[in-house]
Ligand binder design. Structure first.
Ligand code: MN
Length: 408
């Protein structure tokens, strides 16, 4: 019986992105989270006494070179070397452009597959196959580069791929699950997509996901995948993330008072803290449901954000990224002055003169911004119209909230 640990997309030293990172305590705590996650992978490899660690690409992040990253990595891989644990590594699209990977002399327990592909015997009946990215782009399938599986043995194949891909994203070494299934390998150790997914169990086709999410787009606890090979292959997840990003919905239906809302926020955040898999979490809190207090809550958004942030901090392991207010009105709308105002503002927003004025205002502000910021904010004309519309709607809503909040 032998064990193998499979990871990918470590993106060493890539920063976490969230408004919560402004908090110096959180920043200190999670600054090196990609390293801590990698260290915990090495720890697991040692405690599980694996025969090999597979790194299926994107070990590094950007093109920036850092001697510290290299020294850290070497140190960790040496911990495995001392115990006779081998490491198999294929380069992904991020590694291919990284100057470190070209220069680094890794410890001799590490085998780096090159762009032509190859195979290495790990144990009596176990072979590891792999193909690296030769450069940043791999618009064609890399499958033809794989050597044929060894008959009678367990064959594990390492590939960094976007699989069939998603619309709007560049394909990276594209191929289909059906092609992988038909290829004769027993386990496909994939990398590239940051969300974990087991695409097939016979053969195994496993995307382990990143061991450390970097923003709210990569939510939830992250893991590496542990294989146990004993005639057949069995797999399990081992947790790796230091901090996880979570989007939580808090239902504020029938909240009648500020006390109710405070209790609700406190309870929700405490429950979240108690059920965490990772050590800490960055929370995006969405407040939903119909409540009579909608306008008052919207009026005092800043107060509620600060309140939620305090409760999160009190829980000890949570930080607030942002609060999204998706409350609806539970009351029948009587005809009032504010309703009339809302109606007028709606009408005005649809008038061509209004949108022209809006655009002129925005264009004025744009001139104050650096050109590259303008390009990010407004890539095209449609984005400009959208922004104008969004701002006008948000402005009208704010004015109404203030007015309604003032008269219960
Ligand atoms: Mn990648």
């Amino acid at each position: 019986m032998i064990k193998i640990l499979h990871t990918a997309d470590v993106h060493l030293d890539s920063p976490l992105r969230s408004l919560a990172m402004r908090d110096p305590e959180l920043r200190d705590r999670v600054r090196t989270s990609s390293r801590t996650a990698f260290t915990s992978i090495i720890d697991t490899a040692l405690t599980e006494d694996v025969a090999a660690l597979l790194i299926a690409g994107d070990l590094f992040d950007g093109a920036e070179r850092s001697a510290r990253t290299a020294a850290f990595l070497t140190l960790q891989l040496e911990r495995l070397r001392e115990r006779g644990i081998r490491v198999f590594y294929i380069k992904g699209n991020h590694d291919a452009e990284n100057p470190l990977t070209g220069e680094l002399t890794l410890p001799d327990n590490v085998h780096v597959f090159d762009g032509r592909g190859g195979k290495v015997q790990l144990a009596q009946d176990v072979w590891i196959h792999g193909v690296s990215f030769a450069n940043r782009h791999a618009p064609e399938s890399l499958l033809p580069k794989f050597p044929a599986p060894i008959e009678g043995a367990i064959n594990i194949a390492m590939l960094h791929t976007s699989l069939a891909g998603a619309e709007g994203h560049d394909p990276y070494a594209p191929c289909t699950v059906a092609e992988l299934t038909a290829s004769g390998f027993d386990y496909w150790a994939l990398g590239h997509v940051h969300r974990r997914q087991v695409h097939s169990e016979a053969p195994w086709i496993v995307m382990p996901g990143t061991p450390q999410g970097r923003d709210i787009g990569e939510p939830g606890p992250k893991s590496a995948t542990l294989l146990t090979i004993d005639n057949a292959i069995e797999i399990e997840e081992v947790p790796t993330s230091v901090v996880e990003f979570l989007h939580i919905q808090v239902d504020a239906t029938d909240i009648d008072s500020d006390d109710d809302l405070r209790d609700l926020l406190k309870r929700s955040l405490r429950d979240t803290a108690q059920s965490l898999v990772s050590e800490s979490a960055v929370i995006r809190l969405e407040l939903t449901g119909p409540t009579r207090r909608r306008w008052q809550v919207l009026r005092d958004q800043d107060v509620w954000k600060e309140t939620a942030a305090q409760y999160a901090r009190e829980a000890g392991t949570l930080w607030l990224d942002k609060v999204i207010f998706h409350l609806s009105d539970s009351q029948e709308r009587g005809h009032s002055a504010t309703d009339e105002l809302a109606g007028i503002m709606n009408t005005i927003r649809e008038e061509p003169g209004f949108s022209k004025t809006c655009r002129e205002e925005i264009e004025g502000i744009l001139q104050e911004l650096a050109a590259h910021r303008r390009a990010v904010l407004l890539p095209d004309e449609a984005a400009m119209d959208q922004l104008a519309r969004r701002l006008a709607e948000a402005g009208a809503e704010r004015i109404l909230a203030r007015m309604k909040g003032a008269t219960p």
